[in-house]
Structures are given as structure tokens and as C-alpha cells.
Design a protein around this ligand. Structure first.
Ligand code: NDP
Ligand code: OXD
Length: 310
């Protein structure tokens, strides 16, 4: 029984020992050294080359190295009868909570303005709102969105969340669906945080129409996928003042090309897709637990619904 580790990003020097520690009997092969493809029954992958997974005849399951599976689902040859499992891991969740709380607090406590003043040696205290006067809207109330919304609520922000189906969450006003609920949610989001999966329904959702429904001068935090954002619309909304700024961790084209206008825009804070990362030591435990379930014929956790796309 062999597992193929397929990624250009995650380090096999972390992952191979972490997987072996959980499952000493598991043979781990590191792509592109496939050996006999017939031996491979599990794949642990991040953005595999299209066709690679379909070329493995005895696959029992595909594990995503990330929470988002858009990079795997982009492969149109993906075998439809092999279960796809996404990454759910507490360290990934905590990392995202830290990132969003950092960006929300930085904006709320006027970090960009004070850094601008520092560059000019200006000592100019500004009026500071209370956290409860700041309305944050979290798009996506899944593993990451729920924990993030609740951590912001614990800091006394006025938090709402938005999901596809109806949800309830202590201390968070919940909205759902693409109709009225979405409009009401946007109208009360001074800071809009995107933690949605990238699917046919959510691609381009951070565009001019959405921005126009936010309070004027809102702030955008996109820690989900670059495909959610219409970049031209963002620049237009910043230009008109409809949006006052944005913190972006993900981009349509990664790495963000050197000549991209976002790099030079002082209203935009850029991080290189690091909002949260999967830690091998903890995440290998959840992969191993699911392998044990498969081998025991038990039902799986974190199964992706291929029709919904997440
Ligand atoms: P989940 O699958 O747990 O949650 C997804 C949430 O989005 C659910 O609440 C779901 O609604 C909601 N949703 C999906 N489609 C729609 C829709 N059309 N309209 C409204 N709501 C919708 O995902 P995670 O929380 O684990 O991860 C979210 C995303 O974060 C990942 O897909 C990935 O792209 C991104 N990510 C980015 C990282 C980074 O470093 N930048 C790191 C990790 C993840 P419902 O509850 O009704 O199902
Ligand atoms: C993920 C990511 O989806 O790191 O986990 O982007």
C-alpha cells in the first residue's frame, strides 16, 4: 500500500516523517518518483498536474493538502468514483483566525494611516471607534469562517456571517443565500472578509456589484482565492472611495507578477498566500485517521461534494 505525495509547494522532508510516524506501514512515494503506479492507493496532493491522478488505476482516495480543493477539481479527468477529502486541521483553522484577526485589528486600529504618518514623522492621533461600532461580515461559515467569526465576536466586533445554507452561531448574526440575505449582510459589513471556497457560484463574487452594496468606505479582506476577486472592479472601487482599502492574501496569478498595479497601491496590503498553511505534524494525523477509516470500511470525514465543488 503506497501513498503518493504530490506538490510543488509542501516539503516532503516535513511530510514523509510525519506520515510515517502516524502509519509506520505506509510506503510514501514523492512525485515525480511514482514507481509502479499500480501500487499507489492514496494520493495526498496540492494542484496536481491534470491527468496524473487519473493515471493511477488503484486509487482508493485523494487527500487534498489544502482546505480548498479548486486546484484538484480543475483537473477535468479526475476519477469521479474516487472520494476526495479536503484538509480540516486545527492548526490550519487557528492560522486563518490569526490572519483575519490581524488584518481586522490593523484596519480597525488604523494601522495603514499611522504607518503613513510615521513615514512623514507626523504625530497626529485620530478618533478611534470601539470594536462594537465596527461591523464585520464573514463570507463563508465553514471550518475557517465559523472560528474566525467567533474570535472576532469575542473581541467585541459586531459580526455577521453568510453561508449557502442557514446556519446559527453564538454571538454572530447569520445570513444565507444569494437573495435578500446577501444584500442585508453586505449592507452591514464595514469590513468584508472572504473565506468562501472557489466554485462556479462564488467565482468573481468580490466584484463591482457586491462592492456597491457595502457601506461607503468599506474594507475588504480576501484570504480565500484570487478567483473570487474581480481585480479591475477592486481598483475602480478604491478609486471611487466605495472601498477604502484591502488586504489580499490570494491572487488570480500567483506569485503576483512584479509589474502588477496592486504592489504599488498604498491602499492594498499584500501577503503571499500565507494566511494559513497546513502543518505536516498535525495534518498527517487527520490523513492517517481517514486512511484507517477507509481500511476499516467506515464512513469518511471531510468528504468533498463534487457537485457543490466544496
Ligand atoms: P468549508 O467548506 O468548511 O466552508 C465553506 C463555507 O462557504 C460554508 O459555510 C458554505 O456554506 C459557504 N459557501 C459555499 N458556497 C457558497 C455560496 N455559493 N454562497 C454562500 N456561501 C457559500 O471551507 P473552509 O472554511 O475550510 O475553507 C474556506 C476556503 O478558505 C477554502 O476553500 C480555501 O479556498 C480558503 N483557504 C485559504 C487559505 C489561505 O492561506 N489563503 C488557507 C486555507 C483555506 P454552507 O455552510 O451552507 O455549506
Ligand atoms: C488551502 C490553502 O486551501 O492553503 O488550504 O490555500
Amino acid at each position: 500500500m503506497a501513498l503518493l505525495f504530490v506538490t510543488d509547494f509542501d516539503d516532503p522532508r516535513d511530510w514523509v516523517p510525519a506520515l510515517k510516524a502516524e502509519m509506520p506501514g505506509l510506503e510514501v512515494r514523492v512525485w515525480p518518483d511514482l514507481g509502479d503506479p499500480g501500487d499507489i492507493v492514496y494520493a495526498l496532493a496540492w494542484n496536481p498536474k491534470p491527468g496524473l491522478l487519473a493515471s493511477l488505476p488503484n486509487l482508493k482516495a485523494i487527500f487534498s493538502l489544502g482546505a480548498g480543493v479548486d486546484g484538484i477539481l480543475a483537473d477535468t479527468t479526475l476519477p469521479a468514483d474516487v472520494p476526495l477529502l479536503r484538509m480540516v486541521d486545527d492548526s490550519l483553522t487557528r492560522g486563518m483566525v490569526e490572519y483575519v484577526v490581524l488584518q481586522v485589528l490593523d484596519w480597525h486600529r488604523q494601522g495603514p494611516s499611522y504607518r503613513g504618518q510615521q513615514r512623514k514623522a507626523l504625530w497626529r492621533p485620530r478618533r478611534q471607534k470601539l470594536a462594537r461600532e465596527c461591523r464585520v461580515g464573514v463570507m463563508g461559515l465553514g471550518e475557517l469562517g465559523r472560528a474566525t467569526a467567533q474570535s472576532l465576536a469575542a473581541l467585541d466586533f459586531d459580526v455577521a456571517g453568510w453561508s449557502r445554507s442557514a446556519r446559527t452561531l453564538d454571538g454572530v448574526s447569520c445570513f444565507h443565500g444569494s437573495g435578500q440575505g446577501f444584500g442585508q449582510f453586505l449592507a452591514r459589513s464595514d469590513i468584508l472578509v472572504c473565506l468562501l471556497p472557489l466554485t462556479a457560484d462564488t467565482a468573481g463574487i468580490l466584484g463591482g456589484k457586491t462592492f456597491s452594496r457595502l457601506p461607503e468606505g468599506a474594507y475588504l479582506i480576501n484570504a480565500a482565492r484570487g478567483g473570487h476577486l474581480n481585480e479591475t472592479d477592486l481598483l475602480a472601487a478604491l478609486g471611487s472611495g466605495q472601498l477604502a482599502g484591502a488586504a489580499l492574501d490570494v491572487f488570480a496569478d500567483e506569485p503576483l507578477p512584479r509589474g502588477h498595479p496592486f504592489w504599488r497601491d498604498p491602499r492594498i496590503t499584500i501577503t503571499p498566500h500565507v494566511a494559513s498553511v497546513t502543518h505536516a505534524r498535525t495534518a498527517a494525523k487527520s490523513v492517517a485517521a481517514n486512511i484507517r477509516r477507509i481500511e476499516a470500511g467506515e464512513s469518511l470525514e471531510n468528504l468533498v461534494d463534487l457537485k457543490r465543488g466544496y
